[in-house]
Design a protein around this ligand. Structure first.
Ligand SMILES: NC(=O)c1ccc[n+]([C@@H]2O[C@H](COP(=O)([O-])OP(=O)(O)OC[C@H]3O[C@@H](n4cnc5c(N)ncnc54)[C@H](OP(=O)(O)O)[C@@H]3O)[C@@H](O)[C@H]2O)c1
Length: 315
């Protein structure tokens, strides 16, 4: 293990995962530079979230990660890069043009970061977001980092994203594709969307309820990013999921139990599809994904089991 001291460069770190990551980096006393398209908002958030003695640990830089700009200078001297940029899958229905937006918002920043690192000959570790959608939305078998890609839209999106991450390698640099599962966080993402219905006692499994849900507690996705930066043995794809996925039905039952509410009948997929469009299939299906690399490289999950994770987040 080595410690990545010095300044980390973070993009897409104003979102659900990134803001938790920055809080953890501040707790560890590790300085970072955050790229955002909305520096005023980020500055006001971090000014109020941090005590004056901690504020120097977070530097805000304005810029669009899809467009070349001065922000790239901050990458040249970085001691580690974490890129989490990506338009939310849930922002709109998946029209052809929105699919292109989803793709561009992931591949373009990745290309620009790669080119900047190469130009500066900076060999610092680079963690780039990806998703378990890489393995395809449904199908039998347990997926680990050596499993082949799927053949649906999310698989091709993640495949393109990772291709840009891994092309033109710099000798001696570790590049990590963080294939993230469903991050559990009551402040954002899938859990925040489910909570209102479950709190009313009208939540339930989606579709047949038999599909696996490969989830991870927000503290563990943050922990895994820091593990990936620090641990020399992590290089290449890294699944960001807990070691114990559950079925969709089990997920709904456990969430209802933790909230002391009933879990109702499954919501039919055709109803979801009417409301949400193609993204419904991505929500209602899922793959059983295991964190082989995390476990083999010594990461110790704080919340390996769903009930404990939900009690921590909601109890
Ligand atoms: N959360 C999950 O459960 C999950 C699961 C699998 C994969 N992932 C992936 O992990 C990454 C981080 O997830 P998250 O949930 O933290 O995402 P998030 O909350 O939606 O935040 C993503 C960040 O990306 C930037 N961004 C969004 N759209 C952009 C665009 N069109 N152009 C440039 N920048 C844009 C935003 O930064 P500014 O607005 O500050 O510029 C935003 O803070 C994403 O790439 C996501 O696809 C997340």
């Amino acid at each position: 293990m080595i410690s990545t001291s010095g300044n980390l460069f973070l993009s897409g770190a104003t979102g659900q995962i990134g803001s938790r990551l920055v809080h953890e980096l501040v707790r560890l006393g590790r300085p970072s530079t955050l790229l955002t398209r909305n520096p005023e908002k980020a500055t006001s958030y971090w000014d109020s979230a941090l005590t004056p003695d901690k504020r120097p640990l977070v530097r805000i830089v304005g810029g669009d990660p899809q467009i070349p700009g001065d922000w790239q200078e901050h990458i040249s001297e970085a001691t580690g890069v974490v890129n989490l940029v990506g338009e939310s899958l849930f922002a709109k229905r998946w029209s052809t043009s929105f699919k292109q937006t989803l793709r561009d918002s992931r591949t373009r920043p990745t290309v620009l970061i790669r080119k900047t690192l190469i130009q500066a000959n900076n060999r610092c570790p680079w963690v780039n977001a990806s998703a378990i959608g890489f393995y395809g939305a449904s199908g039998p078998g347990i997926m680990d980092e050596s499993s082949p890609p799927g053949n649906d839209f999310l698989a091709s999106l993640s495949g393109d994203w990772e291709r840009e991450l891994f092309s033109n390698p710099i000798e001696g640099q570790r590049r990590i594709a963080l294939r993230t599962g469903i991050v559990l966080d009551p402040k954002g993402g899938a859990l925040a969307k489910m909570l209102p219905l479950f709190r009313l006692g009208i939540g339930g499994a989606l579709g047949l309820g038999t599909y696996p849900t490969s989830w991870i507690h927000q503290a563990d996705i943050t922990g895994l990013i820091i593990h990936a930066l620090d641990c020399e043995k992590v290089d290449g794809p890294l699944n960001g999921v807990s070691p114990h996925p559950v079925s969709n039905r089990e997920f709904a039952k456990t969430l209802a139990k933790v909230l002391h509410r009933p879990a109702l009948f499954p919501a039919p997929v055709f109803a979801l599809r009417t409301v949400l469009g193609e993204v419904a299939m991505a929500i209602a299906s899922g793959r059983e994904v295991r964190p082989r690399v995390a476990l083999e490289t010594g990461y110790s999950f704080r919340f390996p089991f769903l009930e404990g994770a939900l009690i921590d987040l909601l109890g």
